[in-house]
Design a protein around this ligand. Structure first.
Ligand code: NDP
Ligand code: GDR
Length: 348
């Protein structure tokens, strides 16, 4: 049975990747951060009591800032594959916490690569490494962007991802490691964090339809993104680690839409006009914006034999249907006299 170690297992991609790997017969180990409340909502449905014999997902406390903990986990788990998905992944928040973002997103990758290198050198075992690189690294570069497009990052997050990208390449070249960068364009799902724009929109659509909210404040409506479905994209991650030789890949749908178009489609799905509800609030603007990301993934999609299965329309529909149901449940609770917190952090 192959063993995989996932950093960021509690995130959107971590949860889909865990489902995929368990379906393929893997034993999956995930690193979670200690928090004062449970932070495992996205993987609770996979969790089994560790005393049961059919348990194949194991969770360990750790943090990308903690080298000794990472080293101990690699030593103890002895993984065949490591997927580095952990990150302070919010672009706007990276402007509020640039140093922390650089530490986790940038140095965190180096810490993990070094722990793996050390383990491989001492034991002679092979470990394959996946780095969650991002289309944000292209930033201001003209679309379409692909493997041959020079990086021009536009945020502390993107700068840190560029650092990790090159660390991964360098470990591959210097130490002959099987290490791959997956440069993934935006991918969304009903499990997307609620402060990312697609989910912020579909949550609002559900709540507005159910009468729980009356407006939606957004930032730049003209930004364009190449949006795919996270469930499809984690499959590409796994495929990258099953090839004969390591290399880097771009994963995208090859179609881009604006935030405005996403909102228009999402509101229209429940019979509403987005213009009646959406208001622009400059607090959501970024100090430097990434205007237009459109992936040219034809070359690497072909090498990998991967194509996206979910269309833009299907993605919006799935997210809206999910969040409409969530809003229905919230309304039922409210009608029964329970309190429902409308969570939100002001500037994301
Ligand atoms: P999420 O924000 O949903 O998940 C991030 C994960 O990282 C969470 O599990 C989080 O834990 C964990 N994490 C945060 N800080 C640390 C830390 N200090 N140490 C260890 N783990 C930490 O991101 P996604 O699932 O959307 O993305 C996965 C990866 O892919 C990220 O690296 C992201 O930057 C990258 N990426 C994402 C794209 C997308 O469109 N989704 C596109 C391209 C790249 P907790 O739950 O405790 O917060
Ligand atoms: P992004 O995703 O920055 O592309 O990073 P996000 O959904 O946050 O923003 C996409 C675009 O929408 C514009 N926007 C808003 N964004 C947010 N969050 N909130 C708003 O109210 C709002 N209004 C307009 C933004 O300005 C931006 O142009 C995501 C993350 O998952 C990264 O970790 C990942 O690397 C990249 O995708 C690829």
């Amino acid at each position: 049975m192959k063993k995989a170690l996932i950093t960021g297992i509690t995130g959107q991609d971590g949860s889909y990747l865990t489902e995929l790997l368990i379906g393929k017969g893997y034993e999956v180990h995930g690193i979670i951060r200690r928090a004062s409340t449970f932070n495992t909502d996205r993987i609770d449905h996979i969790y089994r009591d560790p005393h049961e014999t059919d348990t194949r997902m194991f969770l360990h406390y750790g943090d990308l800032s903690d080298s000794s903990g990472l080293r101990m986990l690699i030593e103890r788990i002895q993984p065949d594959e490591v997927y580095n998905l952990g990150a302070q992944s919010h672009v706007k928040v990276s402007y509020d916490q640039p140093e922390y973002t650089a530490d986790i997103v940038g140095l965190g990758t180096l810490r993990l690569l070094e722990a793996i290198r050390d383990y491989m050198e001492r034991t002679g075992k092979q470990v394959r490494f996946y780095q969650a690189s991002s289309s944000e690294m292209f930033g201001a570069a003209k679309p379409p962007q692909g493997l041959h497009t020079p990086f021009h990052p536009r945020s502390p997050y993107a700068v840190a991802k560029v650092y990790s990208y090159w660390q991964t390449v360098n470990h591959r070249e210097a130490f002959d490691m099987y290490a791959c960068n997956g440069i993934l364009f935006n991918h969304e799902s009903p499990r997307r964090g609620e402060t990312f724009v697609t989910r912020k929109i579909t949550r609002a659509v559900g709540r507005i339809k159910m009468g729980l909210q009356d407006r939606l404040f957004l930032g730049n409506l003209d930004a364009r993104r190449d949006w795919g479905h996270a469930r499809d994209y984690v499959e590409a991650m796994w495929m990258m680690l099953q090839q004969d030789a390591p290399r880097d890949y771009c994963i995208a749908t090859g179609e881009a839409y604006s935030v405005r178009e996403f909102a228009q489609k999402a509101f229209a799905q429940v019979g509403l006009n987005y213009e009646d509800y959406v208001q622009v609030d400059p607090r959501y603007f970024r100090p430097a914006e990434v205007d237009y990301l459109l992936g040219d993934a034809s070359e690497t999609n072909a090498v990998l034999g991967w194509t996206p299965r979910t269309s833009f329309e299907q993605l919006v529909t799935e997210m809206v249907e999910h969040d409409l149901e969530l809003a229905r449940q919230e309304k039922t609770l409210l009608d029964a006299g329970h309190q429902v917190a409308l969570k939100g952090i002001g500037n994301t």
